[in-house]
Ligand binder design. Structure first.
Ligand code: G1P
Length: 300
C-alpha cells in the first residue's frame, strides 16, 4: 500500500536556539528566506504525500498561519505588482491537505506521534522531523517510501553514518546488512553513550511506520530524558513487525544545531541565482582575510 499520510511533530521547545525561539517556533527559523518547516513539507509533497498532520503545541500559531492563506498580504502584493512573491505566498495555502493537532503535554517524540493515531487510522504513514532537512532529488522520504512499498509491510527508518562523537545525539541501530544501503534493524537504541552504541548508523528523522506502532506507543514507558521515545516504541514493535533501515542517497543538513544551521544557510544561499555571485565573492574575501590574518600571526 502506497503511503499517503505524513506526520510532522513540531511541538518541541527549541532550546538549542534560545533566545530566538522564546516567542517563535524553531520550525519557523528561516534558511535564507524559507522557514525550516516549509522544506520539510515540500519534501513530503515531492515524495507523493497527500495529507499532512502537523503536531503543534503552545506558542506554535505561526506555523498554522504560515500554511494558511493571507488575503490581506495577497491583496497588498497584487496591488504592488509583486507577482513572484505573490505566487510564493499563495502556493503555500494550496500545498497539500494540511491538518493540525495539539500535543497538550510535551511527554516526548513517541507521545507526539501518538497524537496522530485517530487521524492516521490503520494505514502505514510517514514521519518527518524538522531537525534535519534533505535537499535534492529524489526526495529522502520518497526513497524510504519506495523501499517500504517493495517490502509490502513493516517499518523503515532512514539512517546515515555520523561521526562517533555524535552518536549520543541520535537513535542508533544495530544493522544487519541485506543489500547496498538496506539493513534489517536488529536493535534500536535511543541516544546511547558512545561506548554503548551498536553502530554509528543514526536515525535521521525520516520514517515509514506500521500503524501497529500506535498500540505499542500507548504502552511505552518513559525512557531517555524521562520522555516517551519513538525509538523505544520501534524497538518493542520490532518483535512482532520487522523494522528495516535505509541509507538514502541525499544531502543532509543538521539544522537542529547551530553549526549545521549555519552551514545550511550558507550552502542554500550559494545555490540561489540572485545571491550566488555577490555572496560567493564576499565569502571568499572573508575567508581570504581570515587566512591572511592567521599567517601574519604565525609569522609574528
Ligand atoms: C529524535 C529521535 C532520534 C533521532 C533524531 C533525529 O531525537 O528521538 O532517535 O535520531 O530525532 O533528528 P531529538 O533530536 O528529537 O532529540
Amino acid at each position: 500500500m502506497r503511503v499517503r499520510k505524513a506526520v510532522i511533530p513540531a511541538a518541541g521547545w527549541g532550546t538549542r536556539f534560545l533566545p530566538a525561539t522564546k516567542a517563535q517556533p524553531k520550525e519557523m527559523l528561516p534558511l535564507v528566506d524559507t522557514p525550516i518547516i516549509q522544506f520539510v513539507v515540500e519534501e513530503a509533497i515531492a515524495s507523493g504525500i497527500e495529507d499532512i498532520l502537523i503536531i503543534t503545541g503552545r506558542g506554535k500559531r505561526a506555523i498554522e498561519d504560515h500554511f494558511d492563506r493571507s488575503v490581506e498580504l495577497e491583496t497588498f502584493l497584487t496591488r504592488n505588482r509583486k507577482e513572484g512573491l505573490l505566487s510564493s505566498v499563495k502556493d503555500l495555502g494550496n500545498m497539500a491537505d494540511i491538518h493540525f493537532v495539539r500535543q497538550k503535554e510535551q511527554l516526548g517524540l513517541g507521545h507526539a506521534i501518538l497524537q496522530a493515531r485517530q487521524h492516521v487510522g490503520d494505514e502505514p504513514f510517514a514521519v518527518l522531523l524538522g531537525d534535519e532537512i534533505f535537499v535534492g532529488a529524489p526526495p529522502c522520504l520518497g526513497q524510504l517510501m519506495d523501499v517500504h512499498e517493495g517490502l509490502g509491510g513493516g517499518s523503515v527508518v532512514g539512517v546515515q553514518e555520523v561521526v562517533w562523537e555524535d552518536v549520543s545525539r541520535y537513535g542508533v541501530i544495530r544493522p544487519q546488512q541485506i543489500r547496498d544501503r538496506f539493513y534489517r534493524a536488529l536493535d534500536l537504541v535511543e541516544k546511547p553513550a558512545r561506548h554503548e552504541a551498536p553502530s554509528n548508523l543514526a536515525i535521521i528523522g525520516r520514517y515509514v511506520l506500521d500503524p501497529a506502532i500506535f498500540e505499542v506507543l500507548a504502552e511505552t514507558q518513559p525512557g531517555r530524558n524521562g520522555e516517551i521515545q519513538l525509538t523505544d516504541g520501534l524497538r518493542q514493535l520490532n518483535g512482532s513487525a520487522p523494522v528495516y533501515a535505509y541509507y538514502p542517497d541525499t544531502r543532509r543538513y543538521d539544522v537542529g544545531e547551530k553549526l549545521g544551521y549555519l552551514k545550511a544557510t550558507i550552502e542554500l544561499a550559494l545555490e540561489r541565482s540572485e545571491l550566488t555571485e555577490e555572496f560567493g565573492d564576499y565569502l571568499e574575501e572573508l575567508v581570504g582575510g581570515r587566512k591572511r590574518a592567521q599567517l601574519r600571526l604565525a609569522r609574528g
